[in-house]
Design a protein around this ligand. Structure first.
Ligand SMILES: NC(=O)N[C@@H](CC(=O)O)C(=O)O
Ligand SMILES: [Zn+2]
Ligand SMILES: [Zn+2]
Length: 431
């Protein structure tokens, strides 16, 4: 199978290419990237031509942080529906967090995920839990889990509060060379908080979560990464303080990367209109000052990754009040257009930086051979219409989760094609 993508504006930081190029794909690999490819010159018969004039062509997005809910919570999302949402959002690779039921804490459950992933549309890599059942008491056999295919370890959904236990996990991770994805939250300090501590929480009469809840554990984890030599990846950074700690850690030469999500650079707690659980996630939407700090950290490459923290829940669960509803919002189908609208159109990020944060850097963190469109590389590609304006409609999501604060938001930038290993897995109907 030979596919030719013609006249697209290619942005590929890995090969330092940016400009108008054609891309020739043979089976699952990129064969040629050149201006004006004439297949006849190579005596090749092209099966499919995708005309991409005026469109952007980028390496498929890689999401380090997705909750696929399977096994155990199939009423929220399945691996199949999550992968449909991913393809629709331009993601060719996603990582599945381990807070399922049972948790991804043993090779059998990892195998189950891989088996289900076979039916999915995109590459799915599981992240293994750090402790048994994510209960924070007993370490899993990390070497065995990595051997079974886990690409990272994480206790996401919570922190490992037992510092000694986490230290041992980091020592082991350092030995094996696997990344630790940290959800930074001091649970005792967070107490029963449901949104950012501050005026808005007071106004709504809801218990708050202060910035220190995140910053204390961020500092702790950074210090442990320094001593153990573990590769640390900070999940969903939301505070000014965490970007400050991340910056300092990098300057000290600590092996660390940081991620944030579209909601943390788009919305503040001031945007929460009323007691609406579609605005409830962990960490919570912070102050406008934090939002500015997150944007600056992205611009200055202190934050390396934009992930979604796609966290689907059922309608019934999210119709509850902020006090009762579970934390989390969906993101796979809105991440790109929100990032394009809020950060690229506004000049905060360059095209190159967008691709770095949504594809190349995640690939580097996972240590996988993706995130680039070089000759010979796997043909995971997304094609985008940069100017298309549309309104986000949760009823159109492929995801079973409709829990988004972005319903009704006007955005720019539409994913037209998502190509995984040379095969078109998603095509926008009106393209
Ligand atoms: N982010 C969230 O608010 N929720 C996540 C857990 C997590 O990412 O910590 C979930 O699994 O629902
Ligand atoms: Zn988390
Ligand atoms: Zn998460």
């Amino acid at each position: 199978m030979i596919t030719l993508i013609k006249n697209g504006y290619v942005v590929d930081p890995a090969s330092a290419r940016e400009g108008k190029f054609d891309i020739l794909i043979k089976d699952d690999r990129v064969l040629k990237v050149e201006a004006n490819i004439k297949p006849d010159d190579y005596k090749i018969k092209v099966d499919k031509v995708i005309e991409a004039g005026g469109k952007f062509v980028m390496p498929g997005f890689i999401d380090l942080h997705v909750h696929l809910r399977e096994p155990g919570y199939e009423y929220k999302e399945t691996i199949l529906t999550g992968s449909l949402a991913a393809a629709c959002g331009g993601f060719t690779t996603i990582c599945a967090m381990p807070n399922t039921n049972p948790a991804l804490d043993n090779p059998d459950t990892l195998k189950y995920v891989f088996d289900q992933a076979e039916r999915g549309l995109v590459n799915i890599y599981p992240i293994a839990a750090i402790t048994k059942g994510q209960e924070g008491r007993e370490l899993n056999n990390i070497a065995e889990l990595v051997k079974a295919g886990a690409v990272a370890i994480s206790e996401d959904g919570k922190s490992v509060m037992d510092t000694l236990l986490y230290y041992k996990a980091m020592e082991e991770a350092a030995k094996i060379g696997v990344s630790v994805f940290a959800h930074c939250e001091d649970k005792s300090l967070a107490a029963d908080g449901v949104m950012n501590a501050g005026e808005k929480a007071d106004e709504l009469g809801l218990p708050g979560i202060s910035n220190a809840v995140e910053d204390i554990i961020t500092a702790r984890d950074v210090l442990m990464a320094k001593e153990t030599g573990a590769k640390l990846h900070l999940c969903h950074c939301s505070t000014k303080g965490s970007t400050f700690i991340l910056d300092m850690a990098k300057q000290k030469g600590i092996n660390i990367t940081g991620e944030t999500c579209p909601h943390y650079f788009t919305l503040s707690d001031k945007d929460i209109p009323e007691d609406d659980a579609n605005y409830k996630m962990n960490p919570p939407l912070r102050s406008p000052e934090d939002v500015e700090a997150i944007k600056n950290a992205l611009k200055n490459d202190i934050l390396d990754v934009i992930a979604t923290d796609h966290a689907p829940h059922s309608m019934e669960e999210k119709e509850e009040s902020m006090l009762k509803a579970p934390f989390g919002i969906v993101g796979l189908e809105t991440a790109f257009s929100i990032t394009w609208t809020e950060l690229v159109k506004t000049g905060i990020l360059s095209y190159r930086q967008l691709v770095e944060k949504m594809s190349l850097n995640p690939a580097k963190i996972l240590n996988i051979d993706r995130g680039c469109i070089g000759e010979g590389s796997v043909a995971d590609i997304v094609i985008i219409d940069p100017d298309k304006e549309y309104t986000i409609d949760k009823n159109e999501f492929f995801s079973m989760g409709k829990n988004t604060p972005f319903h009704g938001k006007k955005v720019y930038g539409k994913v037209l094609y998502t190509i995984v290993s040379g095969q078109v897995k998603y095509e926008y109907a009106n393209s």
